[in-house]
Design a protein around this ligand. Sequence first.
Ligand code: ATP
Length: 247
Amino acid sequence: MADLMISSQNLTRKFGDFTAVDHISFDVKKGEVFGFLGANGAGKTTAMRMLTGLLKPTEGEATVAGFDVYDEAEEIKRRIGYMSQKFSLYEDLTVKENIRLYGGIYGLSDKLIREKTEQLLDMLEMQDLKNKKIGSLPLGWKQKLAFSVALIHDPGIVFLDEPTGGVDPITRRQFWEQIYKVAEEGTTVFVTTHYMDEAEYCDRVTIMVDGRIDALGSPEELKLEYDANNIEDVFVKLARGAERSDQ
Ligand SMILES: Nc1ncnc2c1ncn2[C@@H]1O[C@H](COP(=O)(O)OP(=O)(O)OP(=O)(O)O)[C@@H](O)[C@H]1O
């Protein structure tokens, strides 16, 4: 049980009469790269918001890093990293200022922030860019930096909401190398994506359709189960029966 970073049983969220997330159940182990797939509107962001302590579930149970999503949301927030396309770095601040800002938000001491800043700039080979405003950097660099900043407080688990949107396949591949590296070091990675090739890089994936988890397993298991050549085929077979209009 100590190795379980997420445990969800029948987690559900309704908005009025509409069920955005419908009784989803799954576990995620420490160090696992867990992919969350689904068409637009399937319920991925709502599920992620419940697991990160930002939104109360309507029913069901879930723990993240051993803490309960209903009563211990603040504990959860302190122990997770979070990166989304929408909430990211401050464009008007420099690379170094962004790192310092997030270090402060996550409660690191000034000394640790200085050390982490140097480590991070070296690791990302961004020393020459440290005084450049974020707004002037290519999207791929911003994503790599946002990912590293989400890990600055060494959380046990990081949630990534469509982290690689809008960049080319080579830049996406480099981003995934960063993901593997932190997973090897023991950090759990929960990632939503709609890039089907990225699903193949995950240890296990779930596919959400109309708020439900319709498939869950390793990419190999799912391809066998659905008699498909790749995850995209699995996804198409499942999504064909979907009802939500915005996909
Ligand atoms: N606050 C809200 N009030 C009412 N309906 C909502 C709310 N948030 C989400 N929904 C609805 O719940 C459904 C699931 O939305 P959600 O954003 O979780 O999907 P998603 O899979 O993350 O899609 P996307 O990739 O487009 O973000 C959608 O039909 C959406 O319109």
